[in-house]
Ligand binder design. Structure first.
Ligand SMILES: N[C@@H](CCC(=O)N[C@@H](CS)C(=O)NCC(=O)O)C(=O)O
Length: 254
């Protein structure tokens, strides 16, 4: 049994699949992909994942992409490892509800602010001709557009809408945590990992004006419990090559 994970910095999607591997105590070969050098769009990498994105799980040659799929695959393929899914049909439904919510209503909106603050700076530092060549190599239309928009700047209206989505999500999570210790109920699950990786770990630093610590006491307690987990600490200690000057998004995270 050989597992490899191709991943970038321990934040967002890469973090979302690193934590389960450590939680489950699964040995894996870590392959760091330098997104700042556009390694994800090089031929050798698109031969592995034609979408040119990380993370990618390779299990004995079987390639699995998309974090929610990767994380459920790990649950199914390694049933003897500590479970990150509740063991009831109702619990799994709640976990999947939250995963769907984060994937559809949270991830892209935090990501937009991250790209605006960080990727935009990187993209504007590249010469016109060079930038066009880099963008041509990006396999997904949506990603090509995202790189172009990051360079020219996201609109104020789109950024304001993204902020609104994040505010709604934070309030919704706070409300859930007033009722149960973890998002899907009594047990820590993939849903908590998903919200942490895409929003919880950076929201107070990215949006100080939201006054997360003051206004969301349950969320703060949940974060403290989650960050204290040894597996989360191991994931946080994975390589981070982001230029410290650009760490508004990936850097000083909880
Ligand atoms: N739906 C995918 C999204 C993966 C994704 O957006 N990965 C980002 C890193 S967080 C990436 O590879 N970005 C590089 C690029 O698009 O050029 C998943 O869940 O894995």
């Amino acid at each position: 049994m050989a597992l490899k994970l191709y991943h970038a910095e321990p934040v967002a999607n890469s973090m979302k699949s690193l934590i389960p591997l450590f939680e489950k105590g699964l040995e894996f070969e870590s392959h760091y992909i330098d997104l700042h050098k556009f390694e994800q769009h090089q031929d050798w990498f698109t031969a592995i994942n034609p979408e040119g994105q990380v993370p990618v799980l390779d299990h004995d040659g079987l390639i699995i992409t998309h974090t929610t799929v990767i994380n459920e695959y790990l649950e199914d393929a390694f049933p003897d490892a500590p479970a990150l899914r509740p063991n009831t049909a109702a619990g799994n439904a709640r976990m999947r509800y939250w995963n769907k919510f984060v994937d559809e209503h949270v991830m892209n909106f935090v990501s937009m602010h991250g790209w605006h603050r960080m990727v935009g700076v990187i993209a504007r530092g590249i010469d016109n001709g060079e930038f066009d060549k880099l963008v041509e190599r990006i396999p997904l239309h949506e990603q090509r557009e995202k790189w172009r928009t990051a360079r020219s700047g996201f609109s104020e209206a789109d950024l304001a809408n993204a902020t609104r989505k994040i505010e709604v999500a934070v309030a919704k999570v706070e409300q859930q945590l007033e009722q149960t210790p973890w998002l899907a109920g009594e047990d820590y699950s993939l849903a908590d990992i998903n919200f942490y990786a895409h929003c919880g770990m950076m929201v107070d630093r990215m949006f100080p004006e939201m006054e997360i610590s003051r206004r969301n006491p349950r969320l703060v307690e949940w974060l403290d419990r989650l960050v204290a987990r040894p597996a989360v600490q191991k994931a946080l200690a994975m390589p981070n090559k982001t230029n410290p000057a650009l760490r508004t998004f990936t850097g000083e995270v909880r």
